[in-house]
Design a protein around this ligand. Sequence first.
Ligand code: CDP
Ligand code: MG
Length: 890
Amino acid sequence: AEEENAEEESSDLDSSSEEEEEEEMNGITDTNESKEREKEEEVKEDQAVEQEEKQTEEKKTDQEKVQIKIPSQPAVFIPVNRSTAVQEARLKLPILAEEQVVMEAVRENPCVVICGETGSGKTTQVPQFLYEAGYASDGGIIGITEPRRVAAVSMSHRVAQEMNLPRQVVSYQIRYEGNVTSDTKIKFMTDGVLLKEIQKDFLLQRYRVIIIDEAHERSVYTDILIGLLSRIIPLRNKKGMPMKLLIMSATLRVEDFTDNQKLFRTPPPVIKVDARQFPVTIHFNKRTPLEDYTGEAFHKTCKIHRMLPPGGILVFLTGQAEVNSLCRRLRKAFPFRRGNTAEDEDDDSSESMRKFKKAKVKKTVSLPCIDLDSYSALPMDEGDEDREAGVGDEEDGDEDLDLGDDPADGNEKADPSIPLYVLPLYSLLAPEQQAKVFRPSPPGTRLCVVATNVAETSLTIPGIKYVVDCGRVKKRFYDRVTGVSSFQVTWTSQASANQRAGRAGRTEPGHCYRLFSSAVFGDFSLFSEAEITRRPVEDLVLQMKDLNIEKVVNFPFPTPPSAEALAAAEQLLVSLGALEKPPQRRTVKEMQRAQLSCPITALGRAMASFPVAPRYAKMLALGKQQDCLPYILTVVAAMTVREIFEDIVVFFLVRPAHSDEENSKITQRRARLTQMRRLWAGQGASLLLGDLMVMLGAVGACEFACCTPKFCEENGLRYKAMVEIRRLRGQLTNAVNAVCPEVGAFVDPKMNPPTEHQVLCLRQIVLAGLGDHLARRVQAEDMLDPKWKNGYKTPLMDDPVFIHPNSALFKTLPDFVVYQEIMENTKMYMRGVSAVEAEWIPQLLPQYCHFGSPGEVPSPWFCSSSGTVRCQRSSTFFRVGWPLPAVEME
Ligand code: CDP
Ligand code: MG
């Protein structure tokens, strides 16, 4: 269950659809031909109608443009039997005053935007308005998407309760669970779930209304959904089965949706809901704690509890571990109920390690033994049902396991007369636990909720008077070089800090204590950026191709990623075999167009279902060969989690001044960590897998030692990373099994080291995945420049790159290597390096090679000594061709 939880709530992305464009028709790649024809007709018809519409529209005045009448209003009114208490509470919500306005706008427009402060009643009430107006009669469903699982589950419960309807009528569906039945009328789901449904039924025929909630969060899936729905809505209208789209946002910044000709030719009306907000006094800290903001939050909360009048406290921290740790400290300081911590047991680590020692093996070079055509994928027209995919994790719950009590526990003297009722709140928390924050706290206690930014907009906790804001948020960052994501804690935006403060003024005037200075606040960005602009997009492009959106460049993104980012993504996916190679065209323009609309391949579909970057997904797809899957799963998990080792340099720089004794300790530890890495790297054949072998060895040894914190500490491994790797291995194993059940992958924590033959296969699989990260060793003499000493040439860079001194291959300097990423500090260093045999390149990466005909003498103008390799077996020669794309000369 933990593994399941660890997955992203909205990672259910895996659906298919087609996209129709205004000027030109998109290729519709549906596996079902008749369906395809039908849809093509639809699109053509649609284009004709659109054309017509365009012409008539031009004649209209601007004012007329705003409203297009659609005869779609349901005639019925469905009564709801609410309790008096519920009815009274509802009437206090600001959105109730706008019911008429909202319903009129919905009747008259295909798409409506609703903006209103958190707590104004959007999520709970708008679905009820629609239900009462009959939008869920005649078998239709009202669908509401949430970017977070917590919100989908808790909101469905809340609405069911308010409407006095059973859960099989007001239901939810998240990735792994749900209570949707054939009686469901109102369905809360994560955005990923709806994307998946679009794949099965592009027209979403079961829905009468789709509400995109929390659109201000600008999650990638929400953005894609809005883009898709902007096309689905007109299609549905044309089919005489009108569907409505409501976009709900907590902020007024909705221009990306409204002033966007590509998205909605007629700007949708925006309805503003005035929230009844009580004044909130903001208190800034004089100083800004850079490190221990959790400690600062603890002291502030204690102070509020001891000195200030009754009223709930809401503390914002960035992640699950912080939340749990603060809860524990607070419970200890103000005992109400006891927290429990279980410490892991120690294990005899040296014994376990001995078991994992590498056998001494000789280096062997042989022709490829992996088969590029043998990958884990079902035929295109099968198995779409059960695939589950998605990328990564959610923002607040990603990592973090509890590492035990904080040392400063219980220093505050508490006033025992009023107990503090402390509750955690974060996305991965079990639903029963989450639900507690909405219930009244026990009499005579003060409620204190310690939350991540789930409490910022998606959920409203009753009775909060004090907000403590750490000013930070945990965000996903994407590595431009590898496309791999990581989580980092950064300052939040001004808009989001103000949202947090607003939580204190829902029921009476409140106070917000910011754990940072006003100067720091002034430096915050005004708004948080849309996620899509902060990341490379190859995974996104792959997901969209999996939705059968071929021309991703033409997709109506609310905020489009750059054209270059899209083109680079497409090119990478073609070279990985996830997309079909574009056919040769005559003109440059034709060529460019073809390159930007490549359809997905069967391999691509399999890759799309693995929640990791496409390069790693390719490795997983090839991983079943020669029983390599457990190792590939581990290596991919380790590469995705990254930073599995304590950084040797950073680790020793933590404390600035060292005594002699300390220095000698440091030297000892350093030597030990280096020794461990050497041990894991093994020798001979295994050494050539390089840094990936070190990762594999580290994870293997750690699992043999039952992954204890002690083992990690002693051997320089990050405990959190190890735990994350374990989870991710489980998740990836499920994904592989879903795509290719006959592989029967399972997680074997105590795996044995790979055989020599398997190491060879692993190196080849890694090469097939990291092909565009190939580097060739260049002799300084060849380049006539000493800066190339021990340097490597890569396709995209003019300057040399180097093997990092920490690398297992630092001294080996193989002729060809692939690398996981390049980091720049004093030099450009490759990290995660693995050696490649030259002979493998033409067979595993033909797309990067220039081929000559058999027997042909290579042109001396073309080749430097290490650039040309003669393939003994086929007696052809090839040259590793840079830059891309390669031209074949068969
Ligand atoms: O979506 P929006 O933020 O506009 O508001 P909402 O989530 O519909 O919440 C409306 C009101 O219902 C809030 O003020 C909460 O106090 C209340 N509510 C609650 O008490 N318990 C829940 N589980 C959900 C909402
Ligand atoms: Mg809401």
